[in-house]
Design a protein around this ligand. Structure first.
Ligand code: GCU
Length: 427
């Protein structure tokens, strides 16, 4: 294994100062100070949780509340009526393999918010509604697909290598720049729909992004807001967007809304975990290379740490989370509890061998230590206690693989997710 992550892919999303931090971080297992994980199956009143019913009635909501309070913040409930309007339908998308719908999701009470431009790809000629992957993308819809007939997103974009973004906006070169990450043709050929939206439709991904994003529109003070402990951050807002897509899919005849798999890579994998924790309509939860603030245990001081992430990306989390920088032991949660919130639904955690920054072993361990909750529901977990060899998926209700290669979401990853979603949905 490499001692630090390769720079190629990371460069795309990472300023140089942050790359220096990646190099300087600890990658030595033996230098991780000892840690104790917060108890999963003990309620705040000290009662041991021994059944699925007790988990659901007592502990699950406690753990969810702890993540709201200490990590991601609580989403407000004042968004009101959701409007879904079909903008266009292309019945010949993806070389004739798919129907593509663009749907604008906006809020009746907040017309100044531009809304989400949802892109839905449906397999053609299916006899019945199909299961659907739901995820947020780093770039506009034009980046996700190989088709070149989409209008370019006009929203603010984070620049990145190969993204074609100039002056924080998409250009013709942005077309298809994320298509490898979204294996649309594979998914539709396997009988799955895929619903995506650009995360920046909800909030541009920079520390001041909330000022022009949904979070400011939903707050009374607007762009003058002073964020308080426990209030939501960008990850919470992006996850909210995924749930609005689930709202829309409930009335989409081509999709079986009882079979939704929420998926995300990296910061958007942190987002899919949090969306899946809050919204049980997502029957499968997929975390791809989500790392710190996602599946990786925060108490393992290796790769990215709480101190680094809360400094570089303060807007992703609730304000409180920064208090745990170099002070992880004081945090009442760790990521095994985030994974457990998905139980008894299927969870897939995936790492990449060279992605040392995201701490593959810490991602693996979160699934391992979430197991007791799945056991309460009679669900099997990994079936092993050691990190498996590369490219060897393990587990049933909680599944895991570590792929060769770097920080990315690849065709290999999608093949595993499709197989897993099929096994979970029985489709
Ligand atoms: C940075 C960040 C990670 C994040 C990643 C990404 O590397 O430090 O926490 O997961 O960007 O989203 O690509």
């Amino acid at each position: 294994m490499r001692l630090f992550p390769p720079l190629g892919c990371a460069l795309a999303l990472f300023p140089l100062a942050a790359l220096a931090q990646q190099k300087q971080a600890n990658y030595d297992e033996s230098a991780i100070p000892p840690y104790v994980l917060p108890p999963l199956l003990q309620s705040e009143a000290g009662v041991q949780i021994t059944s699925a019913a007790e988990w659901i009635t007592t502990r699950r909501s406690e753990v969810l509340g702890l993540f709201e309070k200490h990590v991601f913040g609580k989403a407000p409930s004042n968004w009101g009526k959701v409007i879904c309007e079909t903008i266009s339908v292309n019945t010949d998308a993806l070389n004739g393999k798919a129907v593509r719908k663009l749907v604008r999701i906006s809020l009746a009470d907040y017309p100044e918010w531009q809304g989400i431009e949802l892109m839905l790809h449906l397999p053609k000629n299916t006899a019945k509604p199909v299961p659907c992957f739901v995820g947020a993308s780093f770039g506009g819809n034009e980046a996700v697909t190989s088709d070149n007939d989409l209008p370019l997103s006009t929203r603010w974009m984070r620049p990145g290598k190969g993204s074609g973004v100039v002056d924080n906006h998409s250009t013709e070169k942005s077309r298809g720049s994320e298509q490898e990450r979204w294996q649309l043709e594979l998914a539709v050929s396997e009988g799955f729909a895929v619903a995506t939206y650009y995360c920046g439709d909800v909030e541009p991904d920079h520390p001041e992004g909330w000022k022009t994003g949904l979070r400011s529109f939903l707050s009374k003070e607007g762009a003058a807001k002073d964020w308080k402990d426990g209030e939501w951050g960008a990850i919470g807002a992006w996850a909210w967007g995924l749930s609005r897509i689930a709202d829309f899919l409930a009335s989409e005849p081509g999709v079986d809304a009882k079979k939704l798999a929420v998926i995300g890579h990296s910061r958007l994998g942190k987002t899919s975990l949090w969306a899946g924790a809050q919204d049980t309509r997502f029957g499968v939860v997929i975390s791809n290379n989500s790392g710190e603030g996602g599946a990786a245990l925060m108490r393992r001081n290796i790769g990215e740490t709480t101190a680094i992430i809360t400094k570089a990306f303060p807007h992703w989390f609730t304000k409180t989370y920064a208090n745990y920088a170099n002070n992880e032991a004081a945090c009442p949660v760790d990521s095994h509890m985030l994974v457990a919130l998905a139980a008894p639904r299927g969870v897939y955690i995936a790492s990449a061998e060279e992605d040392r920054w995201a701490d593959p072993k810490g991602e693996f361990l979160a699934g391992l230590h979430a197991q007791p909750v799945f056991t309460l529901f009679g669900k099997k977990g990994y079936g092993v206690t050691e990190l498996p060899p590369v490219n060897t998926p393990i587990g049933e209700g909680i599944r895991y693989h570590i792929r060769t290669g770097s920080h990315d979401i690849t065709r290999y990853d999608w093949e595993q997710y499709i197989r897993f979603a099929r096994s979970q949905f029985g489709s």
